[in-house]
Design a protein around this ligand. Structure first.
Ligand SMILES: NC(=O)c1ccc[n+]([C@@H]2O[C@H](COP(=O)([O-])OP(=O)(O)OC[C@H]3O[C@@H](n4cnc5c(N)ncnc54)[C@H](O)[C@@H]3O)[C@@H](O)[C@H]2O)c1
Ligand SMILES: [Fe+2]
Length: 382
């Protein structure tokens, strides 16, 4: 038996933030990316809370790739405030922190499980609708994707006003995260018709609007579309999970602080090649792995399908390289981390390969990787 459900109520479109004026709470804990406060963007939220006479306390101790200590600090504030509602605003890091704060606060105090509203300010992780939260342990150089139903936010608010300020490089990284979510969910061993429909739409929108969104902060239409694509891809992988791309990207983030979406982008063409088994020298075959047909579907949606399976998968791979270079995303780790030496990187690969194989995302990859194969991909992207 299979199951598909969407647990999060989604508010989107123009003035979606007005939802904040309708909340049935007297006070909320606002868990915010510090950028949102520094830039003044927080006023878009607080002015609405003020108008509805809802009090708020701010918690802004959030950093990218949230470490466990920041969550612990948030849990003690949450248990002190005891607000009936947590409102998380920021990128995936702020939303994941809030999700983990609610879960751990509830573990310490069984009766406390506040309503959680997630308001993304990047169009990338889809964290506003997923049962995942990725925490890191900087000392061990590890990232831990937690997965459980009690991490899913109750509400998500998608308002494009909040993504106008995202700089081009973050738009590029997070946009490639969207594509990676959709593509990995689409070929995952846990894919189904529902996740497939969501992934196809996310890929279609990304193909049409990612470069436009990257090219101009003023292109509100493109940014609104990418904000929705991010959420659609989140719904897709919440149902079908991800794959080796994320399993390996988590290691690049944990060890070398490569931004999450950028790590995915560097890996994506190589993982499509590895999963499909379609190398540049391949000749047509009678039969292909089932994921080849799926990659061909996505190539068709992106308008890059070609004469046969081999040329179509190759053109999908080329398209991913094109997106990376067009949006000035580094194509290899040495470019992304100019201070990292080759010796340091190579010395970390064995450990990273073990961790990538143990990562929860890798379990649903369409091809079961060996340690040697993961090591070979890590070497290839240096
Ligand atoms: N929970 C999930 O399902 C899931 C899925 C994928 C990734 N993740 C995790 O999410 C994190 C990455 O999230 P992210 O890619 O959104 O980045 P992020 O939250 O780390 O933010 C990246 C940078 O962009 C800034 N920023 C955020 N909003 C902005 C805005 N509107 N304008 C200008 N700057 C802005 C932030 O301050 C930060 O410096 C990683 O830890 C990753 O592992 C979680
Ligand atoms: Fe991701």
């Amino acid at each position: 038996m299979k199951e598909f459900h969407i647990n999060t109520e989604i508010f989107f479109g123009e003035r979606a933030l007005d939802r904040l004026t309708q909340l049935p709470y007297k006070n909320v804990m606002l868990i915010s990316d510090p950028f949102v406060v520094k830039s003044g963007m927080i006023k878009l939220l607080t002015s609405r809370l003020d108008s509805a006479m809802i009090q708020y306390e701010l918690f802004t101790d959030i950093v990218p790739d949230p470490p466990i200590e920041k969550v612990i600090a948030g849990v003690s504030v949450a248990l002190k405030l005891h607000a009936p509602c947590l409102v998380a605003v920021g990128g995936g890091s702020a939303i994941d922190t809030a999700k983990a704060i609610r879960k751990f606060a509830n573990q310490l105090e069984k009766d406390y499980f506040p309503h959680l509203i997630a308001i993304p300010t990047t169009s990338g992780t889809g964290s506003e609708v997923t049962c995942f939260a990725v925490l890191s342990d900087p000392e061990k150089g590890r990232k831990y994707p937690l997965a459980s139903e009690d991490l899913i936010p109750d509400e998500a608010i998608l308002d494009e006003e909040l993504v106008k300020s995202v700089p081009a490089s973050v738009t590029a990284d997070t946009g490639m995260d969207v594509l990676t979510h959709a593509i990995e969910a689409y070929v995952s061993t846990a894919n189904n018709e529902f996740s497939g429909a969501l992934a196809e739409k996310a890929v279609e929108i990304s193909g049409q609007f990612l470069i436009r969104s990257y090219s101009s902060n003023e292109d509100t239409h493109a940014r609104r579309k990418m904000h929705i694509a991010s959420c659609l891809a989140g719904l897709a992988f919440n149902s079908a999970s991800l794959g080796l791309n994320h399993g390996m990207a988590h290691q690049l983030g944990a060890n070398f602080h490569i931004p999450h979406g950028r790590a995915n982008a560097i890996l994506l063409p190589h993982i499509i090649e590895y999963n499909s088994g379609v190398k540049p020298t391949n000749r047509s075959q009678k039969e292909y792995d089932p994921c080849v047909r799926k990659y061909c579907n996505l190539a068709r949606i992106l308008g890059v399908s070609n004469m046969n399976e081999v040329t179509t998968v190759r053109s999908l791979i080329s398209y991913m390289h094109f997106l990376n270079s067009d949006m000035q995303i580094p194509s290899r780790v040495s470019e992304a981390c100019p201070k990292l030496t080759e010796e340091e990187y190579m010395a970390a690969i064995d450990r990273m390969a073990d961790a990538a194989l143990a990562d929860g995302c890798t379990a649903t990859n369409p091809r079961v990787p060996t340690k040697e194969e993961v090591i070979a991909i890590f070497k290839k992207i240096w």
